[in-house]
Design a protein around this ligand. Structure first.
Ligand code: IVH
Length: 674
C-alpha cells in the first residue's frame, strides 16, 4: 500500500517540529510549548509511523530517546541505555498493557500479575555510579545513550550520599543508580520570587528549574538551588543480584539512596488503577510535581523475558494524569461579587477538559491583570488548573486573533445591586460598597431554593455562596441556566454531586403557584400570603397586574403588604426576572392539590394586647386562613395567643395545660415577618 503524499508531508513537518522543540527543551532548557503540546505532536507522529511502518527512518525523533547533550559538559556513555516509557491515559489502555504482558509470558489472561507502582516524578533523570560504595560519576540522561557529566553538581545535592551506607547490605562493586532530580513546589516559588526581585527571568515550572539548576557549569550555582532526588531503578550492577523491582527499591533505600515513600506493591492491574486514582487525588497536596504513575512488572525474571522494544521496555508503563493545561476560547467576561464585595471578572469559556475535569469558567483576578495579560473576549487562551483546583487563564494565543476580539471594560456599577463600585488607591480590586449586596443575594437564592419554596435539594447557603462568588448566579433566574460544566468548575463538586443538583433544579420546575409566589421573596409575602394571593388570582400574570385596591380587598391583606407587592411587580428588573423564570419552563400544577386554608381546623384564643395589630385584626387573619377564633377558654382551643398583660384567660389556659404562644410565634404561624 502506497503512502499518501499528504501523510508523507505531515510526517516530515512533525519531525521537524519535534526536533526543534527537542533542541529548545534539552539543549537550551527553554521550551516554548507545554509538555502536553509536545506529547500531542509525538503521539501523532507515532501513530502515523505505526500505520505506515515503511516511513520510519533511523533519524526520526521516535527512534531516539531525547536530544544530544549540549556542548558544555563532558559526555558520559550509559552502559545500559536509559530508555523511555510508553504512556497511557485511560484505564482501558492500562488493562491492555496488562493483557499484552500476560499473553507474551504465556499466562492466563485473568491471572494476577504483581506490579510495583511508583509516582512518576516530573524532574530530570540522572544516573549515579557508585564504585565499592563511593560516588564516582553522575550524568544526565541526555539522549538515552550519552548524557552529560554533572558529577560536581550532583555532589551539591544534600540528599545524595557520597558514600553508600553498608549497615544492612554490603555495597556492590559497581552500582548504577537511576533516579529523578526535582525541585519542590514551594522552593520553586521562592526561587522564582527571588529571581524576579533580581530582574532575572523566572523558570516556567519546577522541572525546568531543576534542569536549569543541575545543568550549571558552576557547581556553586547548583549548590545554591534547592534540588532533591528520588531513586527508582538501576542500570548495571556488579556484585549484587536482585529478583524484584520491590527489592531494588528497598535495597537502594538501605544504601541511603532516597526512595519515594509513596511507592507501593499491588497484586494485579486493578490495584495499579486504584493507586493511580489515589495519587491523582493527593497530587495537589504533594510537595513536588508528579505527572502520573509508573507501573512496573515486579519480577525481574519476567522483565527480562519481556525485553525491550526500540525505545522502551515492554514491562513498564506510565499511566499519566490528564493535562493540567488546555486551550480553549473566551466567549465572554462576566463579573462575580464576592463575600467582601470584591467584584472579580470571570472568563466564560468553551468547556474544555483540564486535569480530568471539564471547566468553563476561570478567574481573571482583576482589571489590571486582564490588561497586563492582554486578554480579550473571543481570544484563544491557555487555561490551567492552578493548584489543581481553580482554573486560571495563563495567556492568550495572540497569533490566533482575527480582529473580532473585544477588549474588556470594567463597568462602573455592581452587577448585582447597581451600587457605584469603588477602588481604594493602590489596590487593583473594585468593590461593591453595599454591605447587603453579597449576603442579600445569597439569602435570596437560599430562600428561593428552600423546602417550602422551590424545594431545590442541595442548594443551601454554602453552594449559593460558591455560585455567587464564581459569577455563575447573579439573580435567581440564573439558577435555571446552570450547566454541568459550570458546577464542575466549583470546588467540592464531582460529576455525581453536580448532576444531582442539576436534577434537583430541573425537578423544581414542576411546582405550585403559591410556592412560586413565596419563592420570589417579595417583602411581607410569606407562605400564607402567597397562598391567599394564589387562590385569589390563580395566575401569576393576573397577580402581576393587580392594583393596591384590588389586593386590599382580599381578606388578610393590608395596605403595607399590598403596596409591597405592587412595587415588586412594577420594578423593571423584577419583570425581566419573572419572564426569564417563566421562560425557563416552570409549570404550575393544580392549585387544589395544595392546601389553601393552612389554619383549617385550628382554633385560636387571644388574651392581652398585641403590639403589631388589634385582637380583631388578628382574628380576621386567622379566619382568612381557614381557622376559628374562640372567645372562651376550653379544651378545644389549639393555640392561646398571649399578648401584653394577659388576663384571667391566661391563668385558666395554664391550668388546662393548653398550648400558649407569644405574639412572635403567632406571626410566624401566619407567615408574617415577626
Ligand atoms: S523508570 C525504562 N520510574 O520518566 C524505565 N522513571 O519517561 C526507566 N520517571 O526518564 C524509568 N519517575 O526520568 C521510572 N518512578 C519512576 C519515574 C521515572 C519519573 C521519569 C524518568 C524517565 C521518564 C520516562
Amino acid at each position: 500500500m502506497a503512502v499518501p503524499p499528504e501523510v508523507l508531508d505531515r510526517i516530515k513537518r512533525l519531525r521537524e517540529e519535534i526536533n526543534y522543540h527537542n533542541y529548545l527543551y534539552y539543549v537550551l532548557d527553554q521550551p516554548e510549548i507545554s509538555d502536553e503540546e509536545y506529547d500531542a505532536l509525538m503521539h501523532e507522529l507515532k501513530e502515523l509511523e505505526e500505520k505506515y511502518p515503511e516511513t520510519v527512518t533511523p533519524d526520526s525523533p521516535t527512534q531516539r530517546v531525547g536530544a544530544p547533550p549540549s556542548e558544555k559538559f563532558a559526555t558520559v556513555e550509559h552502559s545500559v541505555p536509559m530508555l523511555s516509557i510508553d504512556d497511557a491515559f485511560t484505564d482501558a489502555e492500562v488493562r491492555d498493557f496488562d493483557r499484552r504482558i500476560k499473553r507474551l509470558l504465556g499466562m492466563d489472561s485473568d491471572a494476577d500479575m504483581e506490579y510495583s507502582v511508583e509516582p512518576k516524578m516530573d524532574g530530570l533523570a540522572v544516573e549515579l555510579v557508585y564504585e565499592n560504595g563511593v560516588f564516582m560519576l553522575g550524568s544526565t540522561r541526555g539522549d538515552g545513550y550519552r548524557g552529560e557529566d554533572v558529577t560536581a553538581n550532583l555532589r551539591t545535592i544534600r540528599s545524595i550520599p557520597l558514600r553508600l551506607i553498608e549497615r544492612k547490605v554490603k555495597a556492590p562493586a559497581r552500582l548504577e543508580a537511576r533516579g529523578e532530580v526535582f525541585m519542590n513546589k514551594d522552593d520553586f516559588a521562592r526561587l522564582n520570587e527571588m529571581r524576579e526581585r533580581n530582574g532575572e527571568p523566572p523558570f516556567a515550572n519546577p522541572r525546568n528549574a531543576a534542569a536549569g539548576s543541575l545543568r550549571q557549569l558552576d557547581p556553586n550555582v547548583t549548590a545554591s538551588r534547592p534540588l532533591d532526588v528520588f531513586f527508582y531503578g538501576i542500570g548495571l550492577v556488579e556484585g549484587h543480584t536482585f529478583s524484584t523491582q520491590w527489592e531494588i527499591l528497598h535495597t537502594l533505600k538501605a544504601w541511603g539512596l532516597k526512595v519515594n515513600p509513596k511507592i507501593e506493591k499491588v497484586k494485579n492491574i486493578e490495584g495499579a488503577i486504584r493507586y493511580h486514582r489515589r495519587m491523582a487525588q493527593i497530587r495537589p497536596q504533594l510537595p513536588y510535581e508528579i505527572d502520573g504513575i509508573v507501573i512496573k512488572v515486579n519480577s525481574l525474571e519476567f522483565q527480562e523475558r519481556l525485553g525491550t522494544k526500540a525505545r522502551s521496555p515492554r514491562w513498564v508503563l506510565a499511566y499519566k494524569f490528564e493535562a493540567a493545561q488546555a486551550i480553549t476560547r473566551i466567549l465572554d467576561i462576566v463579573l462575580s461579587v464576592g463575600r467582601t464585595g470584591a467584584v472579580t471578572p470571570v472568563a466564560v469559556m468553551e468547556p474544555v477538559r483540564v486535569g480530568g475535569v471539564t471547566v468553563s469558567r476561570a478567574t481573571l483576578h482583576n482589571e489590571d491583570e486582564i490588561r497586563k495579560k492582554d486578554i480579550r473576549i473571543g481570544d484563544w487562551v491557555i487555561v490551567r488548573r492552578a493548584g489543581d483546583v481553580i482554573p486560571e487563564v495563563v495567556k492568550p494565543l495572540k497569533e490566533r486573533r482575527n480582529g473580532t476580539e473585544k477588549r474588556f471594560v470594567m463597568p462602573a456599577t455592581c452587577p448585582v445591586c447597581g451600587s457605584k463600585l469603588v477602588k481604594k488607591p493602590g489596590e487593583a480590586v473594585w468593590r461593591c460598597p453595599n454591605p447587603d449586596c453579597f449576603p442579600r443575594l445569597v439569602r435570596q437564592i437560599t430562600h428561593f431554593a428552600s423546602k417550602n419554596a422551590m424545594d431545590i435539594d442541595g442548594l443551601g447557603e454554602k453552594v449559593a455562596e460558591q455560585l455567587v462568588s464564581a459569577g455563575l448566579v447573579r439573580n435567581i433566574a440564573d439558577i435555571y441556566d446552570l450547566r454541568l460544566s459550570d458546577l464542575l468548575s466549583l470546588e467540592r463538586f464531582a460529576e455525581k454531586s453536580a448532576q444531582n443538583l442539576l436534577d434537583a433544579i430541573e425537578a423544581s420546575k414542576k411546582t405550585t403557584l403559591p410556592r412560586f409566589i413565596y419563592a420570589l421573596g417579595i417583602r411581607h409575602v410569606g407562605e400564607v400570603t402567597a397562598q391567599l394571593l394564589a387562590s385569589h388570582f390563580r395566575s401569576i400574570e393576573k397577580l402581576a397586574k393587580a392594583s393596591e385596591e384590588q389586593l386590599e380587598q382580599i381578606e388578610g391583606i393590608g395596605p403595607e403588604v399590598a403596596s409591597s407587592i405592587v412595587a415588586w411587580f412594577k420594578d423593571q428588573k423584577n419583570r425581566e426576572l419573572l419572564s426569564r423564570l417563566l421562560g425557563s419552563g416552570i409549570q404550575f400544577t393544580d392549585l387544589k392539590a395544595e392546601k389553601e386554608r393552612p389554619l383549617e381546623g385550628k382554633t385560636f384564643l387571644f388574651t392581652g394586647a398585641l403590639s403589631s395589630m388589634t385582637r380583631a385584626e388578628a382574628g380576621d387573619k386567622v379566619k382568612a386562613l381557614g381557622g376559628r377564633v374562640a372567645t372562651a377558654v376550653g379544651r378545644r382551643v389549639d393555640y392561646v395567643v398571649a399578648g401584653e398583660n394577659p388576663g384571667s384567660k391566661y391563668r385558666k389556659a395554664q391550668e388546662l395545660g393548653l398550648n400558649i404562644i407569644g405574639e412572635n410565634e403567632f406571626l410566624k404561624l401566619i407567615e408574617e415577618e415577626a
